[in-house]
Design a protein around this ligand. Structure first.
Ligand code: NDP
Length: 456
């Protein structure tokens, strides 16, 4: 029996007791509870054996945000009609640095989703070794089908409401689903107008006004570097591997680019409409088509199938396609227990999460029971925020590093995160439980900083 199973049994009563205390407070926050439970399972054994963490109520404090801001965003669309959305910023934990985490614009955005993302961000940011606390924000605004002018007006009102609560030493937002280079530009312009200052208050900025090279690539590249480190533990690499990727946005695009560069073959991409299966592989030329389609024309992935004459599976996710490695890179809970069973039975043995919490808890258990190399998002996709941290450093020093410098630092950070996971996650049979490793490594850093700073 694995160490996790032993620990899980031994400390289950304490885990249940802790979850019981927060469940009552958090009705209608299922995603947040899911993220907390996964961390609690890993860190409660540590807390039970370290009275200082228990006495300081570290986990209780970490599961209550420092601050939550909610605000109305009213704006006028191109037809002259008034639209009303809800904006949020969660400042989850600032123990090791200013709050840092993306903004998501998607109709599904609510408090539970943003709290889960902010909570994950606390541990992820700690793993990067950079001084960044955890935060997240966004709005239930759907950028799909909106004109550039509508996006700009929305971003301007959103930033007017958010600006009093953020700043380059306080809270530095970035992009996430629905917030890419265009949105960051409009948000930055409005912050500059309101505050009359040019500062690194956002990351993911355009290269012309303070952005970092490799920031757009960082999350996807980082997820592949992390998978590469996992493969290396088995003396293996990407050459000749068949890879399934979901999503077709920022993370999916650069995951595809790096896998291809390392000799693997990506055969799927998806969006909320369905997935394409290109058995010949999505090569550089085809990926350029996807980037133009998604980033400029804002089209649907089905158009790839029309253009290149491959299969399109409407309303489905790509997990039924046989592969060696899978990169869920779209959204939370996009891969369930049945999908995990299908992947494993089809021979998949590497799963690296580009998205945040894309696999359900039961799917994760299937991967771990099968002893697959499974890298959870808070470790595998930390490359994005890591390069955001490097963007902050460059802004503070008023200089820009080359692509090679930033990529070199990104690779070193991803290797370091992998090593931390191995150090804290190795089990009796030598299997590396990356979930446990990431949770414990992130927790210890934040917990010690919280204790040092007293009860605040
Ligand atoms: P994008 O907006 O660029 O792309 C999102 C992709 O996921 C699109 O293909 C979108 O399809 C699809 N998608 C979104 N929501 C759903 C849904 N409910 N069901 C099915 N498909 C969906 O976002 P990113 O690539 O930036 O982010 C993807 C994931 O990676 C998210 O989980 C994000 O939190 C995570 N992440 C991103 C980082 C970054 O640096 N950007 C950093 C770390 C993690 P459609 O267009 O049809 O909606």
């Amino acid at each position: 029996m694995s160490e996790t199973a032993v620990a899980g049994n031994e400390y289950q009563a304490q885990i249940d007791e802790f979850m019981g205390t927060i469940k009552d407070r958090l009705v209608n926050q299922p995603e947040f509870l899911q993220a907390v439970e996964e961390v609690a399972e890993s860190v409660i054994p540590i807390i039970e054996n370290n009275p200082k963490y228990k006495k300081a109520k570290i986990l209780e404090r970490l599961t209550e945000p420092d601050k939550v801001f909610m605000f109305r965003v009213s704006w006028v669309d191109d037809k002259g009609e008034v639209q009303v959305n809800r904006g949020f910023r969660i400042q989850m934990c600032g123990a090791i640095g200013p709050y840092k985490g993306g903004l998501r614009f998607h109709p599904s955005v609510n408090l539970s989703i943003l709290k889960f993302l902010a909570f994950e961000q606390v541990f992820k940011n700690a793993l990067t070794t950079l001084p960044m606390g955890g935060g997240k924000g966004g709005a239930n605004f759907d950028p799909k089908g909106k004109t550039d002018n509508e996006i700009m007006r929305f971003c301007q009102v959103f930033m007017s409401k958010l600006a009093p609560h953020i700043g380059p030493q306080t809270d530095i937002p970035a992009g996430d689903i629905g917030v890419g280079g265009r949105e960051i530009g409009y948000l930055f312009g409005q912050y500059k107008r309101i505050r009359n200052e040019f500062t690194g208050v956002l990351t993911g900025k355009g290269i012309e006004y303070g952005g970092s090279l490799i920031r757009p690539e960082a999350t996807g590249y980082g997820a592949v570097y992390f998978a590469q480190s996992m493969l290396e533990t088995k003396g293996d690499d990407f050459k000749g591997k068949t890879v399934v990727v979901s999503g077709s946005g920022n993370v999916a695009q650069y995951t595809t680019e790096k896998v291809t560069e390392l000799g693997g073959k990506v055969v799927t991409l998806s969006d909320s409409g369905g997935y394409i299966y290109d058995k010949d592989g999505i090569d550089t030329e085809k990926l350029a088509f996807v980037m133009d389609l998604k980033n400029n024309k804002r089209g649907r992935i089905s158009e790839y199938a029309d253009k290149f004459g491959c299969e399109y599976h409407e309303g489905k996710t790509p997990w039924e396609v046989p592969c060696d490695a899978a990169f869920p890179s779209a959204t939370q809970n996009e891969l369930n227990e049945d999908d995990a069973k299908t992947l494993i039975s089809n021979g998949c043995f590497v799963i690296s999460e580009g998205a945040n919490m894309p696999c359900t808890s039961n799917a994760v258990k299937i991967f771990q029971e099968a002893r697959a190399l499974y890298g959870p998002g808070k470790a595998a996709n930390a490359g994005g925020v890591a390069v955001s941290g490097l963007e902050m450093s460059q802004n503070a020093m008023m200089l820009s590093w080359t692509r090679e410098e930033v990529d070199g630092k990104l690779q070193a950070i991803m290797k370091n995160i992998h090593e931390s996971c191995v150090e804290h996650g190795r089990e009796e049979d030598d299997y590396v439980n990356y979930v446990k490793g990431a949770n414990i490594a992130g927790f210890l850093k934040v917990a010690d900083a919280m204790i040092a700073q007293g009860v605040v």
